[in-house]
Design a binder for this molecule. Structure first.
Ligand code: DUT
Ligand code: MG
Length: 590
């Protein structure tokens, strides 16, 4: 797919597709207006030589007064023209930078959206947020300002150098002999500041992560009255970042005096050598004026270089992070020979000798798990906490892939099905419920926004949510906040169940979805799940016997293996884990 370019600038150029001409025009404009800068001193040197300082100055002024006016007018006109070009160049580059920024951001968000679980386990939200905000801004700044400043500095410097050489090569050489020393200092500065920008960027991400985790975890913070502690912790991050910022800024200050000293030597050399040359008659007074009028044009780029280098390194550190996401590929994608199955799935699930282990885990979570669920069946999965129930069901929509063995849906290995088609057929209510900041209606219809209000209400009824929704101030139009603030745990679970049902899935997976719901409500839900008006295979993870009792099959997982499988009655007769659970929950155990 995307070939990784070797260099960041190459990558930037890659992303400028469509705007490259516009950008090149901007660069050309930059060169033009810098050369135009030199015309004013050129004309003024002519004015000095002809009308002010030359031997025939007075004579010229009376004879060629119109030329004098013309030269002055040309100076004014060129200044005006130059300002216009600068304005247009800024406009052009700003436009390109915004377009490219938009493009990269869209691409990056797409990338992040289509990543697999492993990606989300690896990158922290705050860090990702930094990449799509601060880091991208450094890239925009690179396009809009840094590159232009580089071109500006170089073109100004070289154009002036050429002009100097044309006037008098020896004087030019004397003045410009200082430049290599400055270049050397800038190089040393770069070596020092580059790692600092990397660290600075890291500190920025750390601070953002701290802020983000604190804001989303504010209820835990409050519950444990740890505000002081968290404020202090954030303050540390903030201090760290500020310190690093200061340190990075200070780096330039160490090198700045040397650059400044060398840069200031230039006019000194000019005064000394130029003075001697005038006395010798090697250069005219006008030429000297042109030299001294332009000396800033070689000094300025030197002075700018520190700033440019700083910004360039900021870009460098940021683009590294952005490119990491830009070129990351999810491991779980459609197989090239994926089977096209646009029709509704039957909903048969089979696990064949499935073993599973997390990449960062050191123990296998599941070992040699095999079972079959026929279309329309209800299967309950039980086992103590941490035994691997969630891990098991996560392999059905292919969130994770088994380390060994096969997971089949409708007889096809899930890795051979198109992810979209597979997942469209699965309705999943996850263990941690997350509702979007949207209306209840919007949340329920999340998976299929085409369903009617009536249907939304029907699914709310199925999940025993209709009653409490109708009591809410604006009913289905009530906005539930981020993470569904304002709803109880059980209420959120029921909306999440309605959301899973609303896609009328061929396979419904409920991960402990009724754990926070009272027994009576749960019974209602159980009942309606049996009465669904579409065919559906149900995989239900639950802890309560009341939930699992009526299942066609109950699977008990212990130590990563299925140790018991069968109906309620069969398992009770086996007198194993399930039997003990029954006794525990019905209070039969002494
Ligand atoms: N685990 C990981 N990485 C993860 C998720 C889980 O290493 O990203 C481990 C923790 C646990 C095992 O895998 O030891 C199984 O976790 P799972 O979430 O599948 O357990 P569960 O049966 O769903 O537990 P619970 O009933 O608490 O939901
Ligand atoms: Mg779980």
């Amino acid at each position: 797919m995307n070939q990784k370019p070797k260099h960041k600038i190459g990558w930037l150029w890659e992303n400028m597709k469509g705007y490259r001409v516009l950008y090149a025009v901007g660069i050309l404009g930059t060169i033009v207006y810098n050369i135009m800068q030199l015309t004013v001193p050129f004309i003024s040197s002519k004015i000095v030589d002809l009308f002010l300082a030359g031997e025939k100055a007075a004579e010229n002024l009376s004879l060629h007064r119109d030329l004098f006016y013309k030269l002055v007018a040309a100076m004014v006109l060129l200044t005006f023209l130059r300002t216009t070009v600068v304005y247009l160049v800024c406009l052009d580059m700003e436009k390109v930078s915004q377009k490219v920024l938009y493009r990269i951001r869209t691409y990056l968000f797409d990338k992040i959206e289509t990543q697999d679980m492993r990606f989300y386990n690896t990158f922290r939200t705050g860090d990702l947020m930094t990449r799509v905000t601060g880091d991208l801004d450094a890239i925009r700044h690179m396009i809009a300002w840094v590159l232009r400043a580089i071109i500006e500095s170089f073109s100004l410097f070289f154009a002036t150098a050429v002009y100097f050489f044309c006037m008098d090569w020896l004087l030019a050489l004397c003045v410009l002999a200082i430049a290599p020393f400055i270049f050397l200092i800038i190089r040393l500065f770069r070596d020092k500041v580059a790692p600092r920008h990397k660290q600075l960027r890291e500190k920025h991400a750390q601070m953002n992560t701290a802020a983000q985790e604190n804001i989303s975890g504010n209820r835990v913070v409050k519950a444990f009255a740890r505000e002081e502690y968290e404020i202090q912790k954030f303050d540390e991050c903030n201090k760290d970042y500020a310190r690093m910022n200061e340190k990075t800024a200070m780096t330039w200050l160490t090198y700045f005096p040397y650059v400044e000293t060398f840069a200031n030597l230039m006019p000194l050399v000019l005064l000394l050598v130029g003075g001697i040359f005038i006395i010798n008659g090697r250069i005219t007074m006008g030429e000297y004026v042109a030299f001294s009028g332009l000396i800033w044009a070689v000094q300025q780029p030197m002075r700018m270089m520190g700033n440019i280098m700083n910004e360039f390194q900021r870009f460098s550190a940021a683009s590294e992070k952005v490119m990491e996401i830009y070129y990351s590929e999810p491991a779980i994608v459609d197989a090239p020979d994926a089977i096209d199955r646009p029709e509704r799935f039957a909903g048969r699930i089979e696990f064949k000798h499935v073993s599973f282990q997390y990449e960062d885990g050191n123990l296998p979570v599941l070992r040699d798990v095999s079972f079959v669920i026929e279309p329309g069946q209800t299967v309950a999965i039980m086992g103590e906490t941490g035994c691997g129930k969630t891990s098991l069901i996560n392999m059905i929509p292919r969130f994770y892939e088994p380390t060994a063995g096969e997971v089949l849906v409708d007889g096809y290995n899930v890795s051979k099905l198109k992810l979209r088609q597979l997942r469209k057929n699965i309705g999943l209510a996850t263990q941690d419920v997350l509702l979007f900041s949207d209306t209840i209606d919007g949340n329920i219809a999340y998976g299929d926004s085409s369903i009617s209000q009536k249907e939304v209400e029907k699914f709310a009824k199925y999940s025993a949510a209709a009653a409490f929704i109708s009591k809410m101030p604006e009913g289905y139009e009530t906005i539930v906040g981020e993470r569904g603030v304002g709803l109880s745990g059980g209420q959120k679970q029921r909306i999440s169940l309605a959301r899973a049902l609303a896609v009328k899935p061929a396979i419904l997976i409920l991960d402990d979805t009724t754990s926070a719901v009272d027994m009576e409500t749960e019974k209602q839900i159980q009942h309606s799940l049996q009465e669904l008006d579409f065919p559906c295979t149900k995989v239900i993870i639950a802890q309560r016997i009341s939930t699992t009792k009526s299942a066609d099959k109950i699977l008990v997982i212990q130590d990563g293996r299925i140790t018991e499988a069968g109906t309620h009655d069969e398992l009770v007769a086996q007198k194993g884990y399930y039997y003990n659970l029954v006794r525990l929950q019905t209070g039969e155990e002494e």
